[in-house]
Design a protein around this ligand. Structure first.
Ligand code: ME8
Length: 518
């Protein structure tokens, strides 16, 4: 039986269209999901939209539409973005689905029956934009003397009857859990931040609202809807079949990794494990808080006008080009910056010059000489040396991906691309062919065998482009996962006419502005 691997992204608020930060999280999670599928795991990958709460209700009111109409409209943009970027989700969940209501209410009842919930009165600060409660001492004051949340968003004083979760009872249990499971929260900086937050003291958490009704009704408590985060976090259980589908639940729960942004680490690494402990449900194995994507080093914001539409970016640069750029350029877990120059540099240097040219140079000679996989009849030590280097890469990729470091995995693959380029330049099959065609065929064979392995190794990063390369090498759909790494190309296999897989990005090409405008 293959090992199960359940991976989730955060579910986004569909109160506006997705931006490139949302695409980034989806791409990184997709890379991990695809990697595990290639490695033979039984992967379940869930993403979706978080449709309740005050932020959604207010945005809908401002537009004079029903919240569900807003959710339907915007959720479809998130789904389209995922589809454009080849995000291989197994389920796109929406928290307005009936099945999710059932799971959220079941979790609530479990918490209530176990005595972890009580009715009280909430008085305190609330940020609608963060959908979060804050302690007085956490707030900051801006230059106008206005109080703001630690994330810099406006807060308002809130007083209402509310159900409370006894979060304070979990302080020691959480700290003990973090201590016993050092990999539960990653990266290290996020773990330290969470530990110091929990050590500073946990107040009970208000988990229902009475001042609006756009949420999941609290069981047996008319007038109360669940606090949006209780409902949102439960999506991870809904996807695993909670509460009724025991077989599915046993197969996929606990989740292997929740991939989220650093701004929502507290909800995932404090509240969520506390709810699960209280309900006697196993905790997810890992919460990974990635960094923020910055536009030329600046935070994206509608008022600065630097919010970039991920679909326009895909049209301008290419889907796999953006996927590769984000996965390679940003150290996963840290903030990352993007700019036109940096993207173009990666496209032209790494993709067009390095990987693309390697395939193009070797395949174009082969096409002119019979268009078949050549025979390695004169294999020498230098060929074996290249293949040994390539053979070391899967292990390096596995180590990196198990450490949630896709950038390091790509570094390892590109070291292989570099070795293969060095090899073909030194062996110069175009010159050797004039005097020794058997040796030239051998060099070309090992070059395209290296291309084949490298393409399989980075299919999780650039699925469409790597598949296009494998098409050029005549490889079938069942010859593209990691098991196929050890089944070398068969000499004599007919090959199609090569086409460029990684085009250069040409500045001021009039096609670019047309592409972006489409
Ligand atoms: O927080 N760079 O939704 P959301 C990278 N509904 N990631 C970014 C980013 C940026 N510039 N901006 C946002 C929510 N994100 C909740 C989640 S989960 C049970 C509920 C990330 O639409 C952000 O950190 O505000 C989060 O992981 C995701 O995008 C959705 O953010």
């Amino acid at each position: 039986m293959s090992q199960s691997f359940y991976i989730t992204t955060a579910i986004s608020y569909p109160n506006g269209k997705p931006h490139i930060g949302h695409a980034y999280e989806a791409i990184a999670s997709d890379a991990l999901a695809r990697y595990h599928r290639l490695a033979g795991d039984d992967v379940y990958f869930q993403t979706g939209t978080d449709e309740h709460g005050l932020k959604m209700a207010q945005t809908a009111r401002n537009r004079d539409i029903e919240p569900i109409a807003l959710a339907d409209e915007m959720s479809s943009h998130f789904k389209t973005m995922d589809d454009v970027y080849n995000i291989s989700y197994d389920r796109f969940i929406r928290t307005t689905e009936a099945e999710h209501y059932k799971a959220s209410q079941a979790l609530w009842k479990t918490l209530a029956d176990a005595g972890h919930i009580y009715l009280g009165r909430y008085e305190g600060w609330y940020s609608i934009r963060d959908e979060a409660f804050y302690k007085e001492e956490e707030l900051v004051t801006d230059s106008k003397g206005e109080k703001l949340s630690p994330q810099g968003t406006p807060v308002e004083w809130n007083v209402e009857e509310s159900w409370f979760f006894r979060l304070s009872a979990f302080q020691d249990k959480l700290l003990a859990y973090y201590e016993a499971h050092p990999d539960f929260i990653q990266p290290e900086a996020r773990r330290n931040e969470v530990i110091s937050f929990v050590k500073s003291g946990l107040a009970d958490l208000s988990i229902s609202r009475t001042s609006f009704d756009w949420g999941i009704p609290v069981p047996d408590s008319p007038g109360h809807v669940m606090y949006v985060w209780i409902d949102a976090l439960t999506n991870y259980l809904t996807g695993a079949g909670y509460p009724d589908n025991k077989e599915r639940f046993d197969r996929y729960w606990p989740a292997d990794i929740h991939v989220i942004g650093k701004d929502i680490i507290r909800f995932h690494a404090v509240y969520w494990p506390a709810f699960l402990m209280a309900a006697d449900i196993a905790l997810p194995k890992k919460v990974f808080g990635h960094g923020f994507l910055l536009n030329r080093g600046e935070k994206m914001s509608k008022s600065v006008g630097n919010v970039v539409d991920p679909i326009d970016m895909a049209k301008l640069y290419g889907v796999d080009q953006i996927r590769y750029f984000l996965l390679r350029e940003v150290t996963f877990g840290q903030d990352g910056s993007y700019s036109h120059e940096a993207i173009v540099n990666r496209i032209n240097a790494d993709l067009a010059n390095d990987f693309g040219n390697l395939a193009q140079r070797s395949l174009s000679i082969i096409t002119k000489n019979g268009a078949k996989v050549p025979s390695p009849e004169d294999t020498r030590a230098e060929d074996q040396a290249l293949m040994e280097k390539i053979a070391g890469i899967p292990h390096q990729v596995a180590t990196a991906m198990n450490n949630v470091a896709p950038n390091q995995a790509l570094d390892a693959i590109w070291r292989g691309v570099g070795e293969a380029n060095l090899y073909i330049s030194e062996q110069a099959p175009w010159t050797v062919r004039k005097t020794d065609p058997v040796r030239a065929d051998t060099i070309l064979y090992w070059t395209i065998e290296a291309v084949r392995q490298l393409a399989i190794l980075c299919r999780w990063a650039m699925p469409a482009s790597c598949d296009a390369l494998l098409d050029l090498l005549g490889q079938g759909a069942d010859q593209r996962d990691f098991r196929a790494l050890s089944a070398p190309l068969v000499p004599g296999l007919p090959l199609p006419k090569p086409v460029g897989v990684f085009p250069r990005f040409v500045e001021n090409d009039k096609n670019n502005s047309e592409k972006a405008a489409k």
